[in-house]
Design a protein around this ligand. Structure first.
Ligand code: FES
Length: 318
């Protein structure tokens, strides 16, 4: 690490960073509120989002929720077990998919980020679906309706959603990890709610995976799929040309090609036209531990937990 960090305002406006890591004004104000205790509204199916009920009024109305996250204590609530169980000693990031305030509570749909799934959606064959056991995913999968979950948050900066009608393009590399879909899919519904149009581009090698994901989308959403890199880039080229906003969930290795395709198809790139959700280790959530730093396009580093995890793509690529 060269000690130089770049901070990004929530709007994605880039500012020159100071020489040393510093706390932002938001962090100085105390960072996240104290822990919240929610209740599972349903049991958790690994690899899928789950619904949690929070006490009404515990979280004020907020904008730009998709992309923001809670840090959940995904381990035993029982003191004696917590003393002896060290398999999960950090809180786990749980990303906000959606929020619905209803008469009987404040319901949040949350999901884990990439790299946690026990089973890929749509996989019926265990050897195909098994991609590693994550202790947090395992703990979540043991929860039942009504069980408590201790949370900090919501934290970070999410995807900005224009209030006026717009043409939205969502690009998710589900061949890399289906979590990208869950983290972004609700943006489509938000675009439709604002009178706009939504297209989602999914890179997926497996038809069964697509069949498990697509029914979660409103029928008005145009779905495009790509089975390989060639199709993915071609579809990106076609769709980026007419979109007003592009929101992407892809591994960092795809940022450069995505930027190149945007520049070729649009000739100019407006700020925040393309926002990406980075896959970073979100541990403390307040900018203190530095495990979440990600490189910026100008050769610096920035903390994804407080300046992201959603960034303007152009800030991350040279
Ligand atoms: S998660 Fe600790 S500094 Fe970002």
């Amino acid at each position: 690490m060269n000690g130089r960090e770049e901070g990004f305002a929530p709007t994605g406006i880039c500012s020159s960073g100071p020489e040393r890591i510093h706390m932002t004004s938001k962090e100085m104000e105390g960072g996240p509120a104290g822990p919240l205790v929610g209740q599972f509204a349903e049991s958790v199916e690994p690899g899928f989002p789950f619904e949690l009920r929070l006490p009404q009024g515990a979280v004020p109305p907020l904008q730009d929720l998709p992309g923001r996250y809670f840090l959940g204590r995904c381990s035993s609530e029982v003191g004696i077990e917590r003393d002896s169980g060290w398999s999960i000693y950090l809180r786990q990031p749980l990303f906000v998919c959606s929020r619905q305030e209803r008469e009987d509570g404040d319901f949040w749909q949350l999901c884990q980020g990439p790299g946690h799934f026990v089973r890929r959606p749509g996989a019926t064959d265990e050897s195909l679906g098994q991609v590693g056991i994550d202790p947090a995913a395992h703990w979540l999968s043991q929860r039942s309706r009504g069980d408590p979950l201790n949370l900090l948050g919501p934290l970070g900066n999410g995807f900005s959603v224009p209030s006026e009608p717009h043409n939205l393009l969502v690009a998710a590399d589900v061949a890399d990890d289906p979590a990208w879909f869950w983290q972004l899919y609700f943006l489509c519904e938000q675009a439709l709610d604002r009178g706009g149009r939504a297209t989602i581009l999914l890179r997926a090698a497996d038809e069964r995976e697509l069949a498990a994901l697509i029914p979660w989308l409103p029928v008005q959403v145009e779905v495009r799929t790509a089975a390989d890199d060639f199709e993915w880039l071609e579809q990106l080229r076609q769709t980026a040309a007419w979109a007003d906003q592009m929101r992407a969930g892809v591994p960092a290795s795809r940022y450069s090609e995505m930027k190149r395709v945007i520049e070729e198809s649009r000739f100019r790139t407006d700020r925040n036209f393309a926002q990406v959700l980075v896959n970073a280790d979100l541990a403390c959530g307040v900018g203190a531990c530095l495990v979440c730093v990600v490189p910026t396009g100008r050769g610096g580093l920035t903390r994804a937990c407080v300046h992201g995890p959603v960034f303007d793509l152009m800030d991350l690529v040279d």
